[in-house]
Design a protein around this ligand. Sequence first.
Ligand SMILES: Cc1cc2nc3c(=O)[nH]c(=O)nc-3n(C[C@H](O)[C@H](O)[C@H](O)COP(=O)(O)OP(=O)(O)OC[C@H]3O[C@@H](n4cnc5c(N)ncnc54)[C@H](O)[C@@H]3O)c2cc1C
Length: 328
Amino acid sequence: MIFPVEYGGAGMGYVEYATAIEELSRIDGSVGLIMAAHTSLCSNHIFIAGSEDQRRKFIPRLARGEFIGAWALTEPDSGSDAGSTRMTAVRKGNSWVLNGTKVFCTNGHYADVLVVIELTDKAAHTHGLSAFVVEKDTSGFRLGKKENKLGLRASDTAELIFEDCVIPEGNLLGKEGNGFIDAMRVLDGGRISIAALGLGMAQGAFECALKYSKQRKQFGKAIAEFQGIQWKLADMAVEIDAGRLLTLRAAAMKDTGKKTTRESSMAKLYTSEVAVRCANEAVQIHGGYGFIKDYPAEKFYRDVKLCTIGEGTSEIQRLVIARGLITE
Ligand SMILES: Cc1cc2nc3c(=O)[nH]c(=O)nc-3n(C[C@H](O)[C@H](O)[C@H](O)COP(=O)(O)OP(=O)(O)OC[C@H]3O[C@@H](n4cnc5c(N)ncnc54)[C@H](O)[C@@H]3O)c2cc1C
């Protein structure tokens, strides 16, 4: 959706993109997450950091959905502290040799193209990280464990193993040493998509709770007639609308080319936590029926938790927001 028509995209912006992810996630967050990792992480990293040749080679096929994309930053010992990446890329003649393991990579088992962030200069710390494009059948690259998750179970989460994996020199994405900086730019957009993912699931949970509260009768009337239930529904509706405004503000700013680090983090932090609260209340409004799999409330309850963790935990979003406030 977010890539120009001349690269095979739909020529739309983040407002439309966030709206689409919200609508998909209202029914199934896994679909929203698959689209988010493919579009605003993998494809967008190639689009914003790649050379014209790399853009022409990958973006049209990614935009048409002929290729599935994945983006690998997280490692077993490097999550929130992404600068501590250990996986290495060493230059050898006209090639790079990759060694190490990435974890929690969304779409990993199904990806045709992966963007992988690696250490190219240990002494330079975060300025020693670089991004590379790896295609799926490259020798020395194999897929590891498929994670067995609490929720979003229709979205693949993969371990990726690189053992003397040789890729051409030209697969370096952007400037050597710019991988961390580019990854942070990518996350400014990515966090809008996770905000939309949380928003969609919050909306879905709210809608199923509202519907159920009008159908379920106790003490001779629909439970929606009890003030205790009405207050829950009102709070959910207000928080969802506030989250939508934060998300659309970040998306609209991004569409006008503004830096959105703080606004993206605010939207992501708030909607993730709203999603968790709304899914919790949706189960509560369903009573015992919220605890069984016959109703969607139970699935929303499990699925929403990813939003406070993926693309930076709630704690990390607070650090990003506070850093912006303090340094301004
Ligand atoms: C389903 C799923 C899909 C994912 N998809 C991808 C993907 O496609 N690509 C990818 O690269 N990664 C992906 N991730 C990884 C995700 O981004 C990380 O899990 C996340 O950034 C947290 O890292 P961690 O799990 O190592 O937790 P840790 O960093 O070990 O954090 C553990 C706890 O400590 C807290 N903490 C850490 N540092 C601080 C601090 N300075 N101050 C306060 N608290 C702190 C955290 O907030 C958290 O509560 C995915 C994860 C999941 C679960």
